[in-house]
Design a protein around this ligand. Structure first.
Ligand SMILES: Nc1nc2c(c(=O)[nH]1)N[C@H]1C(S)=C(S)[C@@H](COP(=O)(O)O)O[C@H]1N2
Ligand SMILES: [Mo]
Length: 244
């Protein structure tokens, strides 16, 4: 009886260890120390992770979603505008290009810097012609995330519609095929994986400030920053865009 329980226990433990090893195999690739954290790697879904392509960023997604096919993707532009559009990625890539280096600051402390490339709001406005009553855009994202930005912020010289990052097309993690970069606002006002935008005649709010104690406006406040590209070393910030 004693022999039997010892054997079966050993057998059991071995089965568990083998099972764990099988699970761990695709995650624990040698030479990629962060790989164990990226649950989504080599899956057809993408979601929140600390293991993106650029180690200076954390990846934020409200929900996981199926990776977007750039050829099938369209940007639906509706609401208070004269000329609603269904735009392909090719059309958006053909807009005059604008490039900037700017820092993305998450309200949960971290920040990181990249070179972002895309186009200005003026080019979308020119095409769809917002009606006089339009005050802002409501963004709908692939992960069911929504966010609202006033036209005034969208037309700011530092606000960019982004389809390239660090000289490459946006990765799925960073919001392929289209995201906003609004460097004077916290990260949650920088929607990623945008699938539709709606011109509104009344201001609205977004997913994150419905979930957390975060302002609807989202302007970066004076306080502290923990830049990931500087070993998270705490520094004071004075509010608005962080320029270094
Ligand atoms: N679609 C979508 N966009 C989003 C979010 C999200 O959950 N879903 N999170 C926001 C938050 S809180 C931050 S800090 C930034 C992070 O950008 P990154 O994932 O490219 O680092 O994305 C923003 N855009
Ligand atoms: Mo964030």
């Amino acid at each position: 009886m004693r022999v039997f329980t010892t054997l079966s226990r050993r057998y059991f433990i071995r089965r568990i260890l083998l099972g764990l090893a099988a699970l761990g195999l695709p995650l624990l690739r040698p030479g990629t120390p962060h790989a164990a954290l990226n649950f989504w790697r080599s899956s057809e879904y993408v979601g929140k992770t600390r293991d993106g392509r650029y180690k200076d960023f954390y990846i934020q997604y409200y929900k996981s979603f199926k990776r977007i096919d750039g050829d099938a993707w369209r940007l639906n532009v509706t609401g208070a505008c004269e000329n609603p559009q269904v735009l392909t990625l090719e059309t958006l890539k053909a807009f005059p290009r604008k490039k900037q280096v700017s820092r993305l600051k998450c309200v949960e402390c971290w920040s990181a810097k990249a070179e972002w490339e895309g186009f200005a709001m003026a080019d979308l406005d020119a095409l769809v012609r917002p009606r006089p009553e339009a005050v802002g855009l409501l963004f709908h994202c692939a992960d069911s995330y929504i966010e609202y930005l006033p036209l005034e912020d969208l037309r700011h010289a530092r606000t960019l519609w982004v389809h390239r990052m660090n000289g490459e097309p946006l990765s799925d993690e960073h919001g392929f095929p289209l995201r906003m970069i609004v460097p004077f606002k916290y990260g949650y006002k920088n929607p990623k994986a945008i699938v539709a935008v709606e011109y509104l005649s009344q201001a609205d709010r977004g997913t994150w400030n419905r979930i957390g104690p975060y302002s609807v406006d989202g302007t970066i406040l004076p306080g502290y920053d923990h830049p990931l590209d500087r070993g998270k070393q705490r520094r004071r910030i004075s509010g608005g865009e962080i320029f270094d």
